[in-house]
Design a protein around this ligand. Sequence first.
Ligand code: FAD
Ligand code: SF4
Length: 532
Amino acid sequence: MNPIVDVLIIGAGASGAAVAWSLAETKMRILCLEQGDWVRPGDYPANGRDWEARLWSDFALHPNQRAGMADYPVNDSNSAMKIANYNGVGGGTILYSAHFPRFHPSDFRVRSLDAVADDWPIDYATLAPFFDENDRMMGVAGLAGDPSGPPREPPLPPLPLGKTGERYARAMNELGWHWWPSFAAIATTEYDGRAPCINLGHCTPGCAQGAKASVDITYWPQAIRAGVELRARCRVREITTDAQGMASGAIYYDEHGVERFQPAEVVVLACNGVGTPRLLLNSTSSRFPRGLANSSGLVGRNLMLHPWPQVVGYVDDALDGDHGPMMVLCSKQFYETDPARDFVRGYMLALTRVTGPVNEAVTSAAAGRLPWGKEHHRIFRRLYRHRLVIGIGCEDLPEAHNRVTLDPVLKDGHGIPAPRIDYTISENSRRMMEHAIARAEEILVTAGAANIFTSRTVLNTPGHLLGTARMGDDPARSVVNAWGRSHDVKNLFIVDGSVFVTSGGVNPIATIQALALYIADQMKRRLASLFD
Ligand SMILES: Cc1cc2nc3c(=O)[nH]c(=O)nc-3n(C[C@H](O)[C@H](O)[C@H](O)COP(=O)(O)OP(=O)(O)OC[C@H]3O[C@@H](n4cnc5c(N)ncnc54)[C@H](O)[C@@H]3O)c2cc1C
Ligand code: SF4
């Protein structure tokens, strides 16, 4: 048996890294078990000319397609949207686009404001100092003064707008709609040992330059220097409990596939909105027959995935194409509820650059825009670098039937039951999507684009996995309390995207990490009486 640790963190992704770094100052014995490995920057696809092809093989966004040693299969055949993730040190931040908006204050109060879903047990003001701390740790670039949200002072200057951004900005000014340069966790100057962005594109399958802030190069080196141990290639099978019903540690498979037991005083789950409910549901015992922390029956329920339509158009003159980070501008013009519309809540418009030439060729050939034969290259040149793409982040409200359960048949490489996803897009979301698609088309037309087409759900994006162990004050209606502690098991905490009560209409990582830092802070404040 391994020696006991004070805190066992499971999962070394966005939230696991933040909580490890924050708790490190206590000098407790802290261990993190992560099922995947470290990724070496030299191995990133960006170093080779086949970088786009590798987005469909070893760096695919969908775990079943990647099917690496660290990946567990996901049965999402009954889901309107597919799961995207990355399993390794860094978690989703290895593959994310580093778009870094925050929740609005209204996102924490949707029941009070719109009579739907539930209010969060905490508010924006509670998280504000942790949002700021996280911006410093990740190195966020942006421009202060965005009128659409509370004050924000990013530590780094904004990314350049480029030709694409200027084109969008002119169109938005003509329409009179809100826009702001996107906040991005991308170094625009040297920052904390990281080199600045050199606008190569390729951000999604990892940034070999180290400009994109994945947590393997931000939080983890500092946490490890401060004494935290991170054990990679260790997959946790289940959390164990003692005679008092407290978490006692975890059973995991080490890098050689050997089953081990890791005892711990406190267990912190950071496996994301699919991995965390999977682990809790796999942790059954006579005392917890429905899975751990599940007396409410809510573990796995209320899954939110953010429907993310994309609207594409082509302009005559060549723009940036894929030369530079994907995000350019962001609009919150339609973010808040407007009673004149036929849906509640709202959406963010992400006005972006595009991916590379192979993606252009494959998608355009499939859509019939790009013929084979002697016209192929001439038409390709009129498409590549002429494309504009607007992604739309739609707020997805929690619904109990959207859920993660255990698949009765599918198992991972260690024989552990795999997750199954059942998910439909609600009527409110569908109305919101149609409204947003029409607005995005207006923007593209105003920007001079033609040949416009829409994908209502884009395969394998956006990888936002939220809501499956939500926080709240009432143990019958939530899984963890207002500071991430399980209602049922007093020394079990959850810090990842599972604890979201609602999903907002923005990319979630800034809010996930601010929450993880806030929960760590609450744990530190209550160390003396943590389990009372
Ligand atoms: C392609 C893509 C693009 C994205 N772009 C953006 C973006 O631009 N902006 C944004 O805000 N968000 C983006 N996201 C989402 C963002 O990356 C996630 O919301 C975020 O990483 C989730 O953090 P987390 O801590 O909840 O989980 P993760 O970062 O997913 O970390 C979970 C970790 O737990 C590990 N784990 C799971 N189960 C076990 C187990 N049983 N034993 C041991 N380890 C385990 C996993 O291997 C993983 O490393 C994107 C995601 C993807 C996939
Ligand atoms: S564009 Fe910038 S952030 Fe993206 S991969 Fe290149 S250097 Fe990294």
